[in-house]
Design a protein around this ligand. Sequence first.
Ligand code: SF4
Ligand code: ZN
Ligand code: ZN
Length: 332
Amino acid sequence: MPLCVRCRAKEAVVYQPHTGDRLCRVCFISDIIARVSREIFRYGMIRYGDRILIGISGGKDSFVLLDILSQIYDPSKLGGVTVVEGIEGYNRVEHLEEIRRSASQRGVDIHVISLKDLWGASVDDMVRASIAKGQRISPCTYCGIHRRKSINLVARELGYDRVATAHNLDDEVQTILINIMRGDIDRLYMNHPLRPRLSKLFIPKIKPLRKIYEWETAKYAYLAGYRPQEVECPYLEHFPSLRVRIRDIVYKIETSRPGTMLKLIEWFDREFNPSKVEKAVKLGECSICGEPTSPGRSICKSCELQLKTLGSARTAFLRPGTSQYGASALLS
Ligand code: SF4
Ligand code: ZN
Ligand code: ZN
């Protein structure tokens, strides 16, 4: 391997196709941290003193986010949240020790919550109930909606100011293209880092890794010594197929024209800035759980799914004076 083009002292270990640079371990990691810091600063993602809750899945992306934020921000202002979905053979429980170790080495507390404790049904329970009723509800729909709802609840109840998620450039480009293909302009604007806050009940989300390629987060995690046990979710086949098809097409284009994904997200940031839109719709509140719900709906998607599949819906809350979750009021 030739020498690193930045420091010209160490051997290069990474080739970055979008810049054409060959970098050593130290310069590659510094490059990623600098790009993440620039993105945070550019969009004012973090204000001085903010408490940030990081969504931690235990995968490489969330490890990289935790590692970078704990280096560039006060770790005492950071927390992590891990959601146990309750999927046999694929469970955060098995990875929890690794996640806790990584967080505690960086001085970050982790909150662990389980979908079953909060909403009365794990993803597996929901799949069984849905099959028994002859419904065709995707596990990913239940999983995604309730994971987001749970993280928002924890952040709000524990007084965090922002929720940081580990979406990378590949995820963001796929989402932009999906919304364009569906002609869903409202969602497209809502993917911009300057999107308005549609409800005071939603803790604003930030995505500091949105301009970092997935291969870069994988390389960063590897070079930082993180070796998570990669286990695939058995429900992966239910993952939205349009996303998978778009991912494959985008990868082909990126391989022949390196930098395409970065150009696309920069174009999106310029052209779809929500401040150019006249007014944002304010969300109403669900009549069962009190959480925000889309315009024209009296109950939220989560309560609708619970009622349809489980026969009842819950409102979850934090036990007073503790950081324990799971107590819920049942409504049917
Ligand atoms: Fe949840 Fe679907 Fe992802 Fe499995 S593949 S973790 S069910 S969203
Ligand atoms: Zn170097
Ligand atoms: Zn609801």
